[in-house]
Design a protein. Structure first.
Length: 301
């Protein structure tokens, strides 16, 4: 059973005739007939009934069809993988936090598209826990995330850069007039979450004891960096965000940095499954990410 025989079979099914299949595959009709006959002899069953008005698949043909298509697809993938000689190619499905997608990764995606045109990139912004779970389960090839450096079961990770966090408020907020801010004042302020599910919010709440507090200040969860910045600028509350996401607003005065430093550190990191370490596209992305992010940190916007 040869691939060219299976290709002839599936093309006859697709086109509905031996003549049209021959035209599609750019060969003669006797060649198609010979390949189908040889396939039938190998399997020991007829695959088509020759009827006055055309052809019809037998039950054996119906059963063979999905297997034939899978074999052709796998053969094509194997041929491409071998002929690419390890060059990154194929589809790469990536997860990311929204803040990283908007403020860190676009130059990286541009670099990958120019450097590796055979790699098809699909980028999805979700929360860290969902992204890492999807990488473990194989629904994502890899993910960028912000979090503490720690072992993560089933995953390989690499640190790309420290990700400084800053507490910001609008120019009219009462806390902007303070030279020192206490934890009690933070606990009593409305907190605006820009990214639901971000691990640094959990660390912040743990640091201030907010998770176990019987009464706490209101939380406005917007799940959008841009929406959170507008809400903060209008005076609705304060927000803890990656500094890179508010650099422009801090520079022109639309937002103010509050005099409080988180008692923990987080890092932008890249994760992939341990059994995916030899994927040339993932390897290329790791290398490119390290280069692009290091250049961003060295020359901030």
């Amino acid at each position: 059973m040869e691939t060219r025989q299976l290709l002839a079979f599936t093309t006859v099914v697709q086109t509905g005739s031996f003549t049209k299949a021959a035209a599609t595959l750019k060969c003669s009709q006797p060649t198609i007939t010979t390949r189908i006959k040889a396939l039938e002899e190998t399997l020991g069953v007829p695959l088509f009934r020759r009827l006055p008005r055309g052809i019809q698949m037998t039950s054996a043909g119906v059963e063979l069809l999905p297997f034939a298509r899978n074999i052709i697809t796998l053969t094509d993938k194997a041929r491409k993988a071998i002929t690419m000689n390890g060059e990154p190619h194929g589809k790469l499905v990536i997860g990311s936090a929204q803040s990283l997608t908007d403020y860190r990764l676009l130059p990286l995606i541009e670099y990958m598209c120019w450097r590796y045109p055979s790699v098809q990139i699909s980028l999805h912004s979700r929360n860290t826990a969902t992204n890492l779970a999807s990488v473990r389960e194989g629904r994502l090839d890899c993910a960028f995330f912000i979090g503490p450096v720690e072992a993560r079961e089933g995953l390989e990770t690499t640190v790309l850069c420290p990700e400084p966090l800053v507490m910001v408020a609008g120019p009219t907020h009462a806390l902007t007039r303070r030279s020192v801010i206490t934890e009690d004042e933070l606990r009593g302020s409305t907190l605006i979450r820009a990214e639901n599910g971000a691990s640094y919010y959990e660390q912040f709440e743990q640091a201030l004891g907010l998770q176990d507090a019987e009464s706490r200040s209101p939380v406005l969860a917007l799940d959008s960096i841009d929406a959170a910045k507008r809400a903060v600028a209008s005076g609705l509350g304060i927000s803890l965000v990656p500094e890179v996401t508010v650099a422009a607003e801090l520079a022109d005065g639309r937002l103010c940095r509050l005099p409080w430093v988180p008692p923990f550190r987080v890092y932008t990191q890249f994760a992939w499954r341990q059994d995916n370490s030899t994927n040339p596209s993932v390897t290329a992305l790791v290398s490119a990410a390290a280069q692009v992010v290091s250049e961003q940190v060295a020359t901030p916007a």
